[in-house]
Ligand binder design. Structure first.
Ligand code: NOJ
Length: 751
């Protein structure tokens, strides 16, 4: 029997089972399967659900989310399979976004590793831990492309590039679910949910939940690929986004959900709304609760997260002929299929192994992998006169409001973590530095001068304990300067608190907050080498810092093991190799700024500055501060020219583009070699470059490595103005380099 045959026979027995079950279901019970309340354990927004146990007994719940702890979950599952009429097991979901109790870097940091094996492994470990605690479904991966760092949720995705985002989306799905036929086979495999479909990252003005509006050609060429890649990798579910697409909220958008997702891409799983997504369409202004619920169902949305619009209105809508029974059956079937595929009908307690909960969560092994991956995510933005690595001797002043906090280490959406568990940066550095180094700490400042803003920026319990800090900013500053004067090196732990990025954390000013900036300026004035350890969930504007600080290590939010990982990098046990998955602008006025933009009719010459009647600003160059793909190393990598195996191919052909990369330094290091292509002439305008490949390699001190990329006609395809995916004959530029700006070029043609 081939894999395909066995899948078909698997499908046949599943269909038979579900047919039989659905024959016994009442209309109410079918609608009940479409209902996904939040347990109330951890809630965001406005939950409407109450009396959940009674609803489960009545068959009015299909799944629950945000309930933590295997014993609790086991008990709730027991109610479903012992006390409801049809004994249908529940799905248990959670936002397991970048780890469970062992937390990995925020997704933007994970993307900075460009290491697909590490990304898959992080999702695998998250799945092992979550499944050991009763969870069978995660609301991840989040694959929204975003070019706007004002949007706080840029931290939750993979940045601005669709190709990199697509590769990551696949790796995450494989990590959670397993691959192909073996998906869900193990009790450590959980179901992924790709979100937020679609275009959520293109919110106008970077304002969370805001309108998006774009041409279809942009949508398909620049935003859709990561969702499609996740679907191709077999993702079991998709979450519809809060925003509208083409004037219709995604959750009621039939074109998006039925025509594109299901018909065009062949998605066979189920679609769930985002939190209160149905209810919110009343505010969007497309109808009352009954109307929007009916529209969501007809659009192809199967499960209603928290709104209870399906539960409260679908029966009536059916009577009125607004929806059909077939639509309800279809949605119910898709949810039952997911339960079947997860193995819950065979064993509703598959994910309730209380022994595993004791042995498989936050293990030493998981933590040590997280430490390695955390270090891999850091991006060295500047390293003047080899300030880094710091020698393991003398006195180090560790200063800043983020230097001595545990709760700010894991980063946004770490819902399962114990916030007190992570080591603080001071603790981590002490551990890695050993006895020959004296580490002295001073807080130096609040997070920001405005106490009310600080409170808003530390919601969700990741507080900086401002209320316990009785000293004024001046008192804290003076203490820090004293400490700095007596030290050999100053490590300044500054930036955003954990909840300054993530959901509902849009910002219009992307500078390091005021009092922290003052602290940094004063530290620089001491004349000591200052290393900025930058905590952030988004690109910040760092023009002053880039000019004035000796070294900048961007550590994002690196997870539970971040403090040790930062120590590993600062003290040179690990050579940093991360690269930015997103552009860092010089200032907010440049936003949106992204590397794969189009040319104007009046472009500025490369590296040029102001020319009247050209596309440029009066006050700042067009360049980013740090381009996409940028990141330094303690090693020095030099690139040869690009060699092509041929400069002409036809549609059945293929060519190889190679470079030799030499490590001209005395330390081994990792380099991420990047391949970009530009389609020089097209039937529609094409970007100035697009990432088409990358390879992460370790190159030993003094060694050279040849890196080759295959270029196929398939890689040259794009959506034309009829939204057909085509390649066109003509000239192409190949660029290979260490980031999207510093590249070596060659050209070839497709005949
Ligand atoms: C709202 C968020 O947009 C989504 O990402 C998350 O999965 C749900 N809430 C559930 O917590």
């Amino acid at each position: 029997m081939t894999a395909c045959d066995s899948q078909k026979s698997g499908d046949a027995s599943m269909n038979k089972f579900i047919d039989k079950l659905m024959d016994r279901m009442t209309l109410e019970e079918k609608i009940g399967q479409l209902n996904l309340p939040s347990s109330g354990d951890i809630t965001t927004g406005q939950a409407r659900s109450n009396n959940i146990a009674d609803k489960i007994r009545a068959g009015a719940v299909g799944g629950l989310f945000n309930i933590k702890g295997v014993e609790k979950i086991q008990e709730v599952q027991r109610i479903a399979v012992e006390e409801s009429r049809l004994k249908i097991p529940l799905l248990f979901g959670m936002d397991v976004i970048h780890g469970y109790e062992t937390v990995f870097p925020i997704p933007l940091g994970m993307a900075a590793t460009w290491d697909m094996k590490a990304i898959e492994q992080s999702a695998r470990i998250a799945a092992i831990e979550a499944s050991a605690d009763g969870i069978c479904w995660t609301f991840s991966p989040m694959v929204d492309i975003s070019r706007d760092p004002r949007w706080g949720r840029v931290s939750e995705g993979s940045g601005e590039d669709p190709f990199l985002g697509g590769e990551i989306a696949k790796a995450m799905v494989y990590g959670y679910q397993g691959k192909g036929d073996s998906a869900y086979r193990e009790k450590t495999n959980i179901m992924a949910c790709v979100k937020h479909y679609a275009l959520y990252g293109a919110a106008e003005a970077g304002l969370d939940y805001n309108t998006t509006d774009m041409s279809r050609i942009r949508m398909f060429n620049e935003y859709m690929y990561p969702y499609q890649a996740a679907v191709d990798a077999g993702a079991g579910s998709v979450m519809s986004s809060f925003n509208e697409v083409d004037g219709i909220p995604a959750t009621a958008n039939k074109w998006l959900i039925t025509d594109v997702l299901r018909k065009q891409w062949g998605f066979g799983g189920f679609v769930v709304t985002d939190y209160t997504g149905i209810m919110e369409m009343v505010n969007h202004g497309i109808g009352d609760m009954r109307e929007v619920s009916a529209r969501a169902l007809s659009a192809g949305v199967d499960m209603d997260m928290v709104s209870e619009g399906y539960l409260s209105t679908l029966q009536q809508s059916l009577k009125e002929g607004k929806i059909t029974e077939k639509e309800i059956d279809q949605a119910c079937r898709r949810i039952l299929e997911a339960k079947y595929k997860l193995g819950l009908f065979d064993n509703p307690y598959k994910y309730c192994d209380t022994e595993r909960a004791k042995t498989d969560i936050y293990t030493d092994e998981h933590r040590s992998i997280a430490r390695r991956i955390s270090a891999e995510s850091f991006v060295l933005l500047k390293n003047d006169k080899q300030t880094l690595p710091i020698k393991k001797k003398g006195k180090i002043a560790v200063v800043g409001p983020l230097a001595n906090t545990s709760s700010n280490m894991p980063g946004t959406w770490s819902v399962a973590v114990n916030m007190e568990a992570p080591a603080t940066l001071v603790e981590g550095l002490k551990e890695v530095a050993g006895d020959k180094v004296e580490i002295v700490y001073a807080k130096g400042s609040h997070l920001m001068s405005d106490a009310a803003y600080e409170e808003r920026a530390t919601l969700f319990g990741r507080t900086l304990y401002r209320d316990k800090e009785k000293r004024s900013d001046i008192q804290m500053l003076n203490e820090a300067l004293n400490v700095a004067h007596g030290a050999d090196v100053v490590v300044a732990a500054l930036g955003e608190s954990s909840e300054m990025s993530g959901e509902s954390s849009s910002r219009t000013d992307l500078n390091i907050p005021d009092v922290q900036k003052t602290l940094l300026e004063e530290l620089v004035k001491t004349g000591k080498p200052v290393v900025l350890v930058l905590f952030t969930g988004r690109p910040l504007t760092l023009t002053w810092e880039d000019k004035n600080v000796s070294a900048i290590l961007n550590v994002w939010f690196g997870g539970t093991e971040a403090a040790y990982a930062i120590g590993d990098v600062l003290f040179g046990n690990v050579n940093p190799g991360g690269k930015l998955p997103v552009t860092f602008p010089q200032n907010v006025g440049q936003i949106p700024l992204f590397y794969n933009h189009k040319n104007t009719g009046r472009p500025l010459a490369e590296g040029g500055w102001f020319e009247k009647f050209r596309a440029n600003y009066l006050d700042v160059t067009n360049e980013p501060l740090y381009p996409f793909g940028y990141g330094l190393s303690y090693a020095q990598f030099d690139y040869s020219d690009v060699r092509l195996s041929t400069d002409q191919i036809d549609r059945n052909g293929m060519l190889t583009a190679s470079v030799t990369v030499t490590n001209n330094s005395e330390c081994d290091g990792d380099e991420i070699v990047q391949l970009y292509i530009r389609d020089l002439v097209g039937s529609v305008t094409r970007p100035v470059k697009e990432l088409k490949g990358f390879e992460k390699v370790t190159i030993r001190a003094g060694e050279s490595k040849d890196i080759s990329f295959k270029i196929t006609p398939e890689m040259l395809k794009f959506y034309n103005s009829d939204i057909q995916f085509v390649n066109e004959v003509g000239e192409f530029e190949v660029m290979i380099g260490t980031n999207s700006r510093d590249v070596k070029k060659a050209t070839f043609s497709l005949k």
